[in-house]
Design a protein around this ligand. Structure first.
Ligand code: F6P
Length: 328
C-alpha cells in the first residue's frame, strides 16, 4: 500500500508564464482542503538544492490568482543537471519530509524531474506551465493563452502605425522551436504571412506573397515570425533581404521579446491552472507518481511523464490554410 501523503512540495521552473501564481495558489489551497501540508521551493530546482522554501497555506496564497510571474521565482538550475546537485536536493526533501513534489514548468523541468525521481524515488507530478504550448499530452499549457492575447494586443498597435505609414512589419514572437504562438496569434492578429519552424515556406514564397498583396492593393502588411523559424532565424536579416528584393517596401522589425511572458493571466489560464493543480494534488494523495497532468478536449487527464517527454505536439496545418485564404 502506498505511504500516506502528509506533505507536498511545489516549485516553478524554466521560463515563467502567466498563471503560475494561480497554479501555486491551487496547489496550496487543495493541500489545505485535503489537510496536507505544503511547502513552496524557491527558484525551481535550485531552491531544492539550497533548501530554500516557504510554508504555504490557504491564506498565504491570497490575492495572487491575478498576478503574472511566480511568487516562488523561477530559474534554470545548472547544478541540478549534475548527480551531486540532485543528491543534495533529494537529501533536503527527505529531511523536510516531502512525500511528493509538484513541478510546474516545461519539458526541461519534466526531464529533470523524471531523472530525479528515478534516482531518489521521490514521486513527482508535472504541471505544464510555459507560454510555448509545446508539451505533448495537453492541448494547452498554462500561460499560452495570455501570451497569445499579449501578442495580438501588441500587433494591433503595430498595425495602426503600419497602416499610417504604409509599412511592412516583421514581428518576431517567442515559442522557442515551436510555432504555436506565431500560428495562432498570426491568425488572431490578421497577419499577411506566418513563418513557423514546423513548415518551411521558403523565401521565394514570401517574396511572391508580398508582391501579390501589393498588387492587390494592400498598403501595409504584418508578417509574424516565430523565433525558431528557419528562414526568419535572424528577423533583421530577413527584413533586409525583403527590402533588397522588393525595394518599394518600407520594412520594419519589432521583436516582442519577454513582454510575452508577463502580465495578468487571462481567465482561461487561471481556470486551466486551477483545474490542473487540484488534479495534481489529488493524484499525489492517491500515491501516483511520475506523471503529468494535462487538458485534452477540456478534460483533465494524466499521462506518464516518460510519454509526455517522448513526443512533441503537432501544429494544426488547417490553420495555415485558413491563414492563406484570409490573407488574399
Ligand atoms: O520557454 C519559454 C521561452 O520564453 C521561449 O519562448 C524562449 O525561447 C525562451 O523561453 C527564452 O528564455 P530566457 O528566459 O532564457 O530568455
Amino acid at each position: 500500500m502506498a505511504k500516506r501523503v502528509k506533505r507536498i512540495g511545489v516549485m516553478t521552473s524554466g521560463g515563467d508564464s502567466p498563471g503560475m501564481n494561480a497554479a501555486i495558489r491551487a496547489v496550496a489551497r487543495a493541500s489545505s482542503y485535503y489537510r496536507v501540508e505544503c511547502l513552496g521551493f524557491m527558484r525551481g530546482f535550485q531552491g531544492m538544492i539550497e533548501n530554500d522554501y516557504i510554508e504555504l497555506n490557504a491564506r498565504s496564497v491570497r490575492n495572487i490568482i491575478n498576478l503574472g510571474g511566480t511568487i516562488l521565482k523561477s530559474a534554470r538550475s545548472k547544478e541540478f543537471l549534475t548527480e551531486e546537485g540532485r543528491a543534495k536536493a533529494a537529501a533536503n526533501l527527505k529531511k523536510a519530509n516531502i512525500d511528493a513534489m509538484i513541478l510546474i514548468g516545461g519539458d526541461g523541468t519534466f526531464r529533470g524531474g523524471k531523472v530525479f525521481s528515478e534516482e531518489h524515488n521521490i514521486p513527482v507530478i508535472g504541471v505544464p506551465g510555459t507560454i510555448d504550448n509545446d508539451i505533448f499530452g495537453t492541448h494547452y499549457t498554462i500561460g499560452y493563452d495570455t501570451a497569445l492575447n499579449t501578442v495580438i494586443d501588441a500587433v494591433d498597435k503595430i498595425r495602426d502605425t503600419a497602416s499610417s505609414h504604409n509599412r511592412l512589419f516583421f514581428v518576431e514572437v517567442m515559442g522557442r522551436d515551436a510555432g504555436f504562438i506565431a500560428l495562432n496569434s498570426g491568425i488572431g492578429a490578421g497577419a499577411e504571412e506566418i513563418l513557423i519552424p514546423e513548415e518551411d515556406l521558403g523565401l521565394d514564397r514570401l517574396l511572391n506573397s508580398l508582391e501579390r498583396s501589393r498588387r492587390s492593393g494592400k498598403t501595409s502588411s504584418i508578417v509574424i515570425v516565430s523565433e525558431g523559424d528557419k528562414i526568419g532565424k535572424n528577423v533583421f536579416e530577413l527584413a533586409a533581404y525583403v527590402k533588397d528584393n522588393l525595394p518599394y517596401y518600407d520594412a520594419k522589425v519589432t521583436v516582442l521579446g519577454h513582454i510575452q511572458r508577463g502580465g495578468s493571466p487571462t481567465c482561461f489560464d487561471r481556470v486551466l491552472a486551477s483545474r490542473l493543480c487540484v488534479k495534481a494534488v489529488e493524484l499525489a494523495l492517491d500515491g501516483q507518481q511520475d506523471i503529468m497532468v494535462g487538458m485534452m478536449n477540456n478534460e483533465i487527464k494524466a499521462i506518464e511523464l516518460v510519454n509526455a517527454l517522448k513526443s512533441k505536439p503537432t501544429i494544426n496545418k488547417e490553420l495555415l490554410r485558413i491563414s492563406d485564404i484570409l490573407s488574399v
